[in-house]
Ligand binder design. Structure first.
Ligand code: DLL
Length: 433
């Protein structure tokens, strides 16, 4: 089954000409509606008439997360707010999140691309899908929700966490498909054993896992422990959310919905476009989005592209499973985290020094986040209860800024190793890559 043959099975030439036409239309739209893009194009000596097709894509300037931050919250929107009907957000590099706005057409596009993702994974009308991605500002829950409704599956909008209830629903409602992060899938697999349940008692047959990097080994473990097919799905809020790319049943690269999101691979240092097949940073131009269209958006995700034919019949280019990034963003329990977010919380507090170490671990398939923080000498002279209160204060400030639980450990001044070059702020013991 293919959801939309007229888009997913075009010849390479047909796709390129469709993309080219959509690209020149997009450039015209952003030039006249978004001052940021107009200025950047003018600085580059470009006018919309110069962008006639795909050959001109490389002439356009890049857009970064910093640009979104500089124009926080709605400065890059290309339609009036009256046309926007939904907002989502993801972590920014410091205090402010990255905000994404959708028009009604954008929500329809999103449902369409997620419906393709579901179909890619062999999920259809007869399935009961348990959506255990978080609902809320994060795009995972609601994104998969609308796509699942579009294909006509039975949707269980349980959201993330509450493992006992997840297990109960899996059993009582007979869920045949599950959507969550791959690490949570492994956690569930172990919880099933702990609760004395057996995977063969469940009806689960497939899972769509993403929002964080995972390895082939994790896939094998999930597939054998849960006795399901584990499909990798990729997306990012800025571009739309889930639905950007998905593996098909061949499990050999993720088909990118390139009629909506044109991919390029660049060298993250020289910013040169790399030839097909080379590994580099993935860049997207969203040609059909209205609310927040992005021109050559640097995802920071590292991968390579392959447009050779796929046995499934889709001709959409495939990206290799993504395992690394060209920046320092961490993904902990599916939540994006930049070390700079922690730093900005600590800098705002007079009691702490901006010396800290982030220690990430994965125990029983759940990520844990510990932050060691240096505090002023005097606090170690104080009563233990005062030290405890300070620890609690830092912890709750961090937790509310990050949306993640954090274990804070206070250490005396000068105990965190100073580095002579680039500061090492993160020890990641998870070994995902
Ligand atoms: O994680 C959207 C999503 C939700 C995708 C549910 C798949 C399933 P953000 O929170 O903006 O959006 O995080 C985007 O997560 O740039 C990647 O670094 C990482 N990421 C997402 N999917 C994958 C994946 C959602 N399958 C960031 N493999 C992206 C590796 C992934 N990394």
């Amino acid at each position: 089954m293919i959801w939309n043959k007229s888009r997913e099975c075009l010849s390479r030439d047909e796709m390129r000409s469709l993309q080219g036409a959509a690209l020149s239309e997009l450039v015209e739209r952003v030039y006249y509606n978004v001052p940021f893009y107009r200025e950047k194009m003018q600085q580059a000596g470009l006018h919309p008439d110069d962008i006639k097709g795909m050959d001109d894509l490389q002439r356009l300037p890049f857009t970064t997360k910093q640009d979104l931050r500089d124009n926080y919250p709605f400065g890059l929107f290309a339609t009036p707010m009256s046309e926007i009907i939904r907002l989502h957000a993801s972590s920014g590099t410091t205090g402010k999140p990255t905000v994404v706005g959708y028009t009604r057409k954008d929500l329809n596009t999103w449902s369409e691309v997620v419906a393709r993702t579901m179909t890619c994974a062999g999920i259809g009308k007869k399935d009961i899908i348990q959506i255990a991605y978080g609902y809320g500002l994060f795009t995972g829950g609601l994104g998969i929700h609308y796509g699942s409704e579009k294909i006509g599956a039975v949707v269980i909008p349980v959201s993330g966490g509450n493992t006992k209830r997840q297990l109960q629903l899996l059993q009582d409602f007979g869920s045949t498909a599950i959507a969550c992060t791959p690490s949570y899938a492994l956690f569930l697999a172990e919880a099933i054993e702990e609760f004395g349940m057996k995977p063969e008692d469940l009806h689960l047959r497939v899972g769509i896992f993403g929002a964080e990097p995972w390895t082939e080994n994790m896939r094998k473990e999930i597939e054998s422990k849960l006795r399901i097919k584990a499909i990798d799905i990729y997306g990012l809020s800025e571009v739309i959310g889930p639905g950007v790319a998905s593996e098909c049943m061949e499990q050999n690269g993720l088909h990118i919905n390139e009629d909506h999101f044109i991919p390029e691979i660049i060298d993250p240092v020289s910013l040169e476009v790399l030839p097909q097949g080379a590994k580099g940073e993935l860049v997207f131009t969203t040609v059909s989005k209205e609310g927040l269209p992005l021109v050559r958006y640097r995802t920071r995700d590292l991968t390579r592209l392959d447009s050779s034919p796929c046995a499934c019949g889709r001709t959409l280019v495939r990206m290799e499973k993504c395992t690394g990034r060209s920046d320092d963003m961490l993904i902990i329990r599916g939540v994006n985290l930049f070390p700079s977010q922690i730093e900005s919380v600590l800098l705002e507090m007079s009691e702490t020094k901006p010396h800290y170490m982030i220690i990430v671990d994965r125990k029983n398939n759940l990520d844990s986040l510990q932050v060691e923080v240096e505090v002023e000498e005097q606090f170690f002279m104080d009563k233990i209860s005062q030290l405890q209160a300070l620890r609690q204060k830092i912890q709750s400030n961090l937790e509310s800024a990050l949306g993640l639980s954090v274990d804070v450990k206070l250490v005396e001044p000068k105990t965190i190793q100073r580095s002579e070059g680039k500061a090492v702020r993160v020890i990641d013991n998870r070994k995902i890559v």
